[in-house]
Design a protein around this ligand. Structure first.
Ligand SMILES: [Zn+2]
Ligand SMILES: [Zn+2]
Length: 320
C-alpha cells in the first residue's frame, strides 16, 4: 500500500502535498494462524495454534506442533510471548508447550525470555506445567550452569480458571474464556474471546455446535471456528463416529456463523477424515457444506494466514 501511494505521489507531484501518505493507520490488532490442523501430521498444516498481537502484546492460544518454526517464519521471537492460553488438554493443543517454553528461553534472538512463562488455562494448567518442569529439569539445570541462562526466564506462572469470565486484562486487551462442548468426557474445554479497542476476535476451541459460542461470538469482527468433516462412506467406522461426535460439522458451523454474523468467519483446526479406502473430503466440500447454512464472508484458514482487525478485517496469505 505504501509503495503504491509513493508511486502515485511521484507521478502527481503537484497533488502530493495535499494527499495522505497512507490510506489508513496500520492496525495494531492482528491474528495469525500458526497451525490449522489437528493431530494429523501434515507438512503444510501444523498443530492448532493461533497468535494474537494486540497493542504490542503477544498472546498465544494453544501450542500445537511447530509453533517456534511458524513464529520464526513471521519473525516474532517465541521468547516474546506474553501469555499462553490453553483451550483444553487434548495433546494436539498442548504438545508444543515444552518447545515454546524451553526454546523461548534460549540465548539467540528467537528466545531471550527473562520473565516467568505465563500460562492461563482451565483446571489442569498447573499440573501440566509442574510436570513439564520435572520432565525437563535436567536440561534446565544444565543450561543455567552452562549457558548462564536466567532461572527466572524458565520459571512458570500458571493460572487456572473454572468458569466463564475475564481471565486476562492488561493495557486495554481483555481475554474472556467461555466453556464449550467438546463431548461429555472431554472436560474442561473452553474457547476465548479477545477484545481490544472496541474490536473483537473469537476462537472457538474444540467444540460441538454450542450456544455459548453464539453468545460470546455474536457481532465479533473475526470468528475463528473448528470443524470436522468425513465422507458418508466413512461414518460406519467407530473412529470417525467418535471424532465427528466431538466436533462441529461444516453445516453446523455455518449455523453458528449465520447466527453470530461476524465481519469475517474463518476456519481453523480442520479435521478431514479418511482411511485406507475412503479419501478425505476436499476444501470445496467444506465450503459447500458451510454454504448450506451461511452466505456471509468466509475464509478457509491456512497456516500463516493473518488477519488485521481494523475498520474491516484484512486477510493476508503467507508468501514464501
Ligand atoms: Zn483438537
Ligand atoms: Zn480436542
Amino acid at each position: 500500500m505504501k509503495s503504491a501511494w509513493l508511486f502515485v505521489g511521484f507521478s502527481c507531484l503537484v497533488l502530493m502535498s495535499t494527499m495522505p501518505t497512507e490510506t489508513r493507520a496500520e492496525s495494531d490488532f492482528k491474528v495469525t494462524l500458526l497451525g490449522t490442523a489437528t493431530p494429523a501430521p501434515r507438512p503444510n498444516r501444523f498443530g492448532p495454534s493461533t497468535l494474537v498481537e494486540a497493542g504490542g502484546q503477544v498472546l498465544l492460544f494453544d501450542a500445537g506442533r511447530g509453533v517456534p518454526i511458524r513464529m520464526g517464519q513471521i519473525k516474532v521471537p517465541v521468547g516474546k510471548i506474553d501469555v499462553l492460553f490453553i483451550t483444553h488438554y487434548h495433546s494436539d493443543h498442548v504438545v508444543g508447550i515444552p518447545d515454546v517454553w524451553l526454546t523461548g528461553w534460549l540465548g539467540p534472538v528467537f528466545g531471550r525470555r527473562k520473565e516467568p512463562f505465563h500460562v492461563i488455562g482451565p483446571t489442569g494448567a498447573k499440573n501440566l506445567m509442574s510436570n513439564l518442569e520435572k520432565a525437563y529439569a535436567g536440561d534446565i539445570g544444565i543450561r543455567v550452569i552452562d549457558e548462564k541462562l536466567p532461572p527466572q526466564g524458565i520459571a512458570v506462572n500458571a493460572e487456572e480458571f473454572k468458569k466463564d469470565g475475564v481471565v486476562y486484562e492488561k493495557d486495554g486487551v481483555k481475554v474472556t474464556a467461555f466453556e464449550v462442548d467438546h463431548g461429555d468426557v472431554i472436560k474442561p474445554a473452553y474457547g476465548y474471546r479477545i477484545d481490544y479497542k472496541g474490536r473483537s476476535v473469537l476462537i472457538s476451541g474444540d467444540t460441538r455446535y454450542n450456544q455459548n459460542v453464539i453468545k460470546y461470538g455474536t457481532g465479533v469482527d473475526l470468528l475463528i471456528h473448528e470443524t470436522a468433516i468425513a465422507r458418508p462412506e466413512l461414518m460406519s467406522n467407530l473412529f470417525a463416529q467418535a471424532i465427528i461426535a466431538h466436533h462441529t460439522s461444516p453445516h453446523d458451523v455455518g449455523r453458528v456463523f449465520a447466527q453470530t454474523k461476524p465481519k469475517l468467519a474463518a476456519y481453523t483446526h480442520m479435521s478431514f477424515l479418511s482411511n485406507e479406502k475412503v479419501s478425505e473430503p476436499t476444501l470445496e466440500d467444506l465450503v459447500a457444506q458451510t454454504r448450506e447454512t451461511y452466505s456471509g464472508p468466509l475464509e478457509v484458514g491456512e497456516d500463516l494466514m493473518s488477519f488485521e482487525i481494523g475498520d474491516t478485517v484484512t486477510i493476508t496469505r503467507w508468501k514464501q
